[in-house]
Ligand binder design. Structure first.
Ligand code: ADP
Length: 497
C-alpha cells in the first residue's frame, strides 16, 4: 500500500471517529499567580514611579483582557536607570571577583527554577504562547542560561585562551516579545558574568516576566543597580540606545529597528550586538525520513505561532517528493490543536498582538494576490483574542513577498529544487541568514549543505533546538555578534593582553 493510500485510510478513520483526535481540555490553573495591578520601574534595586507619570496596559492576547498596568519610562527615567547601573558598576560589581558574581547568578537560576510554574503561566498569559512551550522550553532554557553563565564568571581567562577579559561597563539591552523571559536571560546572564551592569527594556506587549525577574533580583539580594528594568515602547528603547552613559547596546528585534539603532550608534564608543530577522530555509531532500521531516517542518514554523526569528518559514523540498511531503504536512496540520494557550494540549496559541495579527493578514493577502495557493485546515478558533490558523502556500515564486519577507506568524511558503546546489542557491537568496535546516539520510550531504548555507545556525534532521552552550546569531542582515556559548562572552568583554 502506498504511503498516500495509507494516509487516506487513516484520514477516513479520523473522520469517522473524529473524537479520537479531540482531547478533553486540560487547563493550567492560574490561582498561584499573583500579578500586581500596576508595575513601576525597577531602578537601583527598588520600584519607582515613572517621571513620565504614564502607564500602559499589558493584555492577554488570547482573551484581550488587561493583565496589569506598566510604567512607561521617558528619557529622564532611562537616565536614572543608567546612573544607577553606572554607580553599581563602579562601586560594587566590577570590584567583585568572578567567584562572587557567580554566586549571585547561580541564585538567580535557582530562584527561577523554584518559581518555574508561575513564570510559565505568566509568560503564556502575557504573550499567548502555549503553556507546554513556556513550561518546557522558555523557562527551563532561561534558568539554564543563568546556570551556564554562572559557571563562566570565574573562568573567563579560559574562554579567551589566557588573555584577560575586562567588562565593558553599562549594557543597554532591548528585547522583543517572542521569548520575553528567555531573551532577558540571554542578555542579562552573559553581561553579569563578564562583570557588566545592565539596563534592560522588555517589549511593550510582554513586560511581565522581566518584572518578575526583578522581584527575584530583590529576593536574592542582587546589589542595587546591577540590573535595572525600564518598561516602555520604541521611544524608551531609542532613549536607552542613545544614552551617552552606556557602553554597549544589545538588541534583538526587527531588522528595521536594528538598522536604526546601528545608525544612531555610528561613530560612538558603544559596542553593538544585533539579533534581527530571518527567513530560514528548511531543506528537505528526497532521501530524508519524510515523517520525521514533516514533524520538523511543523515544529520549525508553527512552534510559538511562527513568532521565532529563526523559524523555518521557507520549505525547500526536492521536487520528486514535493507532493508526498505537502500531503503529509497537510495531514499533520489537520491534527494541530489551535486555541487556548493555557490548555496543556494546545500546539498553536495566540498571536502576540492585534498589530502582529494585522501584519500576518497583510502578508497572507499579498501571497494570494501574487498567485500562490493558500491552504489551511479547519480549526475551531476562539471567538475572542488574536488567532491565526496554521497556513501553507504552495506554487509560490521566489520573488513573492511571502518567500522573501519575514511574516513572523504560522505561515509557511513551499518552494522546490532539483539539486543540492539549486537548494543552496535558493536558500541563500535572501538578505537574511539566521538559521537553516537540512533533512537527509546522508551525513555527507548535511555537511556539504552546512558548509554552503549562509546561516548562523544549521540544524540537521532537527529544527529549533537551542542550548546555552551553543552560540546563536546571524549572517548578513540577520545581525552582528553571537549570543550564548563561549563566543557570546566576547560581546560583553574587552579582551586584553
Ligand atoms: P518586533 O517586530 O519583533 O516587535 P521591534 O524591533 O519593533 O520588533 O521591537 C523589538 C524591541 O525594540 C521592543 O522592545 C521595542 O519596544 C524596541 N524598539 C522599537 N523601536 C525602537 C527604536 N526606534 N529604538 C530602540 N528600540 C526600539
Amino acid at each position: 500500500m502506498s504511503d498516500i493510500t495509507r494516509r487516506e485510510q487513516t484520514n477516513e478513520l479520523a473522520l469517522q471517529f473524529g473524537n479520537a483526535w479531540n482531547y478533553a481540555p486540560s487547563r493550567e490553573g492560574t490561582e498561584q499567580v499573583s500579578l500586581k495591578p500596576r508595575y513601576e520601574l525597577f531602578i537601583d534595586g527598588a520600584w519607582t514611579a515613572p517621571k513620565s507619570n504614564r502607564y500602559f496596559a499589558t493584555i492577554n492576547p488570547a482573551t484581550e483582557e488587561t493583565l496589569a498596568e506598566v510604567a512607561e519610562a521617558n528619557e529622564e527615567d532611562v537616565a536614572r536607570a543608567v546612573t544607577g547601573a553606572r554607580a553599581a558598576y563602579d562601586n560594587v560589581w566590577r570590584k567583585l571577583s568572578g567567584k562572587e558574581r557567580a554566586k549571585y547568578i547561580y541564585r538567580i537560576a535557582r530562584a527561577l527554577q523554584e518559581k518555574a510554574r508561575e513564570f510559565a503561566i505568566v509568560e503564556t498569559l502575557d504573550g499567548g504562547k502555549p503553556i507546554k512551550e513556556s513550561r518546557d522550553i522558555d523557562v527551563p532554557l532561561a534558568a539554564a542560561h543563568f546556570f551556564y553563565h554562572a559557571g563562566w564568571a570565574d573562568k573567563l581567562h579560559y574562554a579567551f585562551q589566557g588573555r584577560e577579559a575586562r567588562p565593558l561597563g553599562v549594557a543597554g539591552q532591548i528585547i522583543p516579545w517572542n521569548f520575553p523571559l528567555l531573551m532577558a536571560a540571554w542578555k542579562i546572564a552573559p553581561a553579569l558574568a563578564c562583570g557588566n551592569t545592565v539596563v534592560l527594556k522588555p517589549a511593550e506587549t510582554t513586560p511581565l516576566t522581566a518584572l518578575m525577574l526583578a522581584q527575584i533580583f530583590q529576593e536574592i539580594e542582587l546589589p542595587p543597580g546591577v540590573v535595572n528594568i525600564v518598561t516602555g515602547a520604541g521611544a524608551t528603547g531609542a532613549a536607552l540606545a542613545a544614552h551617552p552613559g552606556i557602553d554597549k547596546v544589545a538588541f534583538t528585534g526587527s531588522t528595521a529597528v536594528g538598522k536604526r539603532i546601528q545608525q544612531a550608534l555610528a561613530g560612538s564608543k558603544k559596542r553593538l550586538t544585533l539579533e534581527l530577522g530571518g527567513k530560514a530555509a528548511n531543506v528537505v531532500f528526497a532521501d530524508a525520513p519524510i515523517d520525521q521531516a514533516v514533524e520538523g517542518i511543523v515544529n520549525g514554523i508553527f512552534f510559538n505561532q511562527g513568532h521565532v526569528c529563526c523559524a523555518g518559514s521557507r520549505l525547500l523540498v526536492e521536487e520528486s517528493v514535493h507532493d508526498i511531503v505537502v500531503r503529509k504536512l497537510q495531514d499533520r496540520m489537520r491534527t494541530l490543536r489551535v486555541g487556548d494557550p493555557l490548555d496543556k494540549n494546545t500546539d498553536v496559541g495566540a498571536i502576540n498582538s492585534k498589530m502582529q495579527l494585522g501584519k500576518i493578514h497583510e502578508m497572507v493577502a499579498a501571497g494570494e494576490e501574487e498567485g500562490a495557493t493558500r491552504w489551511s485546515a479547519t480549526y475551531d478558533l476562539p471567538s475572542k483574542g488574536f488567532f491565526f490558523p496554521p497556513t501553507i502556500f504552495t506554487g509560490a515564486a521566489q520573488s513573492c513577498r511571502i518567500a522573501r519577507e519575514e511574516i513572523f506568524g504560522p505561515v509557511l511558503t513551499v518552494l522546490t529544487f532539483r539539486t543540492p546546489d539549486e537548494a543552496i542557491e535558493k536558500a541563500n537568496n535572501t538578505m537574511y541568514g539566521l538559521s537553516a535546516g537540512v533533512w537527509t539520510d546522508k551525513g555527507s550531504k548535511s555537511f556539504y549543505m552546512a558548509q554552503r548555507l549562509e546561516a548562523g545556525v544549521v540544524w540537521a534532521n532537527t529544527f529549533n533546538k537551542f542550548d546555552a552552550t551553543s552560540p546563536f546569531g546571524g549572517f548578513k542582515e540577520s545581525g552582528l555578534g553571537r549570543e550564548g556559548g563561549r563566543q557570546g562572552l566576547a560581546a560583553y568583554s574587552e579582551v586584553v593582553g
